[in-house]
Design a protein around this ligand. Structure first.
Ligand SMILES: NC(=O)c1ccc[n+]([C@@H]2O[C@H](COP(=O)([O-])OP(=O)(O)OC[C@H]3O[C@@H](n4cnc5c(N)ncnc54)[C@H](O)[C@@H]3O)[C@@H](O)[C@H]2O)c1
Length: 286
């Protein structure tokens, strides 16, 4: 299917990434079917979208009149059979292989044969997820960045069996969202996390070894390398548990000790210091 044939997009999961993905598709004029397992989670997702749209109105990105129209394009459902109407699907459920497999198999059987199924996974092999479905050639990675309405990049990941058609449709679709797609092949951590996580890990080692405080490490990278955020601030934003999980994927995937998660990161996770979301990580949050 070409991207012009796509009118309705299903988004699986209304969490951090799912509501952002639903937001950008609805803003670009697509009808969106947003699916989660409980109505309360869908309502919370829609509330977040409404708040983020208000922010876009203030910034002049959309007009006040556009906001209700964007929201009206989003249908909420807990019913998997409703996904049959989708022309394209993006999966954004939690990063667990078994859960993703279950969700992908469930949607695979209700979709029309030509429909592309994309996963927003940060670290699971696209080739392996594709193999769980009946459509490995129409399966692709579509790795949006957080916060989705703001970040321009979509890392588009081709699995081993991804067809040229699926690839071109997905790249063109990203452009209609005013995103910049960058194509990469399937490998542990793709490009984004393969390059970012060793940076974060090394910053954590520098703190653990007493080379510098978190503030000093972040200041060096911001003032000296022009990074908008220091690596440890960024790690707190991503979630230290998420960072450790991705480092484990890199470590296991490559069998290379350079990806060994820093013991200090693991200790913080064990203590429940997960970063912003738990109120404490490398920094304390009110
Ligand atoms: N958070 C990030 O910064 C980030 C960035 C890029 C990619 N990702 C990836 O995006 C995916 C989602 O991450 P998130 O941070 O949005 O997670 P999240 O926990 O915020 O949201 C996941 C949502 O999926 C829902 N869900 C669970 N089972 C479901 C099912 N069977 N059907 C439909 N929905 C179901 C959950 O109820 C939850 O609302 C993961 O693969 C993650 O690796 C996350």
């Amino acid at each position: 299917m070409s991207s012009d044939g796509i009118k309705t997009v299903a988004v699986l999961g209304a969490g951090t990434m799912g509501n952002g993905i639903a937001h950008v598709f609805a803003r670009a004029g697509y009808k969106v079917i947003l699916r989660d397992v409980e109505k309360r989670l869908l309502d919370r997702g829609l509330e977040t979208i409404a708040k983020n749209l208000d922010r876009e109105v203030k910034k002049g990105k959309i007009t006040q009149a556009e906001k209700p129209a964007v929201l009206a394009r989003i249908d909420l459902t807990t019913d998997a059979s409703k996904l049959a109407a989708a022309d394209f699907v993006v999966e954004a459920v939690p990063e667990q292989f078994e859960l993703k497999t279950r969700v992908l198999k469930e949607v695979d059987v209700v979709l029309r044969p030509g429909v592309v199924l994309a996963s927003n996974t940060s670290s699971i092999s696209i080739t392996q997820l594709a193999a769980q479905t009946s459509r490995p050639d129409r399966f692709i990675g579509m790795h949006f960045m957080n916060p989705v309405p703001v970040m321009v990049l979509v890392e588009v990941i081709r699995g081993l069996a991804t067809s040229d058609d699926t690839f071109q449709t997905t790249m063109a679709l990203c452009e209609t969202l005013e995103k910049k797609p960058v194509a990469v092949n399937d490998a542990p951590g793709f490009v984004s996390n393969r390059v970012l996580m060793p940076l974060i890990n090394e910053a954590a080692f520098a703190v653990m070894e007493g080379v510098a405080t978190p503030e000093a490490v972040d200041a060096v990278m911001k003032l000296g390398m022009n990074h908008p955020m220091g690596p440890l601030e960024l790690a707190d934003f991503i979630g230290l548990d998420v960072c450790v999980n991705i480092l484990d994927v890199l470590f296991n995937g490559f069998g290379d000790s350079k990806y060994r998660a820093c013991p200090l990161l693991k200790k913080y996770v064990a203590a429940g210091w997960l970063g912003r979301k738990s109120g404490r990580g490398f920094y304390k949050y009110a």
